[in-house]
Design a protein around this ligand. Structure first.
Ligand code: SAM
Length: 263
């Protein structure tokens, strides 16, 4: 390609995604500072909602369990969806495992510490919460956010809780595609339902292993506009940016966190 035209970074296709690389890059060592903030935000938002949820969906879970573990005490059931069967295979493996699988213990510990505001968290509490999560997780769906009905027409307006972290903004570098994915996936939420959404701030490409994957380069205003256009009330909306300059090495220096209720 002519160098003058290659203004945006070359990005990989999700056929090149390795679930293990992703887990290793972001989740295998510590609860990274930006992830601490994002999880604390989810926990606080669920607490502020002040009521349990009947039908939860985590959309674009990847090979991760921490958002489901954080939602498990607030939802009667949680379905999980992602485009890549390999990611869902990792989730399925964890759900079928026992406490011998310690992959997410560090995150469960952090989640329980946030919820109990400093009280000591021991191994049996971690085990109980992970067991509860295994019971609450119900269906795992292979799904494409670009489909008008990502989980089929029957799931339109079905869920009262939707959690989605760093997925819809990572489908494509094109903002128009991102907005369509927002419209498709958010249509699974029923009126009055609660959305908790995270996206990379102003990120054109993010790093996994040696590869870069696409980012839709979102600002706060992009997110607010898209939420308004997809039926969320301005009054219920909370959107802000959390700086994380230490993550510039991964392709982004901030994170957008948002919550809103469908009108
Ligand atoms: C950055 S990861 C986020 C994973 C996880 N939610 C997290 O917070 O770590 C982006 C995810 O989007 C998924 N994805 C990419 N394109 C998609 C599409 N068209 N429809 C649904 N999911 C997609 C990928 O498989 C990947 O799991």
């Amino acid at each position: 390609m002519n160098e003058r035209t290659s203004v945006s970074p070359a990005v990989a296709d999700y056929s090149q995604w390795q679930a293990q690389d992703y887990f290793k890059t972001y989740y295998s060592e510590v609860v990274l500072p930006d992830e601490q903030v994002v999880l604390a935000y989810q926990i606080e938002t669920l607490k502020r909602a002040g009521h349990p949820f009947g039908r939860g969906l985590e959309y674009g879970c990847g090979p991760t369990l921490h958002r489901a573990i954080a939602a498990a005490r607030s939802a009667f059931r949680i379905d999980m969806a992602d485009w890549l069967p390999d990611n869902l295979a990792q989730v399925r493996e964890w759900v079928a495992a026992t406490s011998a699988n310690t992959d997410w213990n560090r995150f469960t510990d952090y989640i329980l510490t946030c919820e109990s505001r400093g009280e000591a968290v021991d191994a049996s509490r971690i085990q109980r919460r992970e067991e509860q999560t295994r019971k609450v997780i119900r269906n795992l769906h292979v799904s494409d956010a670009r489909w008008r009905h990502p989980l089929g027409p029957k799931r339109q307006g079905f869920y009262d809780l939707l959690v989605s972290g760093f997925c819809l903004d990572a489908v494509s570098s094109e903002k128009a595609v991102w907005h369509r994915c927002m419209s498709n996936v958010l249509s699974t939420l029923q009126p009055g339902g609660l959305l908790i959404l995270h996206a990379l701030y102003r990120c054109k490409a993010y790093k996994v292993g040696e590869r870069m994957f696409p980012g839709a380069d979102l600002s706060e205003d992009d997110l607010i506009e898209s939420l308004l256009a997809t039926g969320f009330t301005r009054r219920s909306m909370d959107v802000h940016v959390i700086p994380c300059p230490e993550n510039i090495q991964y392709g982004y220096g901030g994170i957008l966190v948002a919550s809103a209720r469908k009108g």
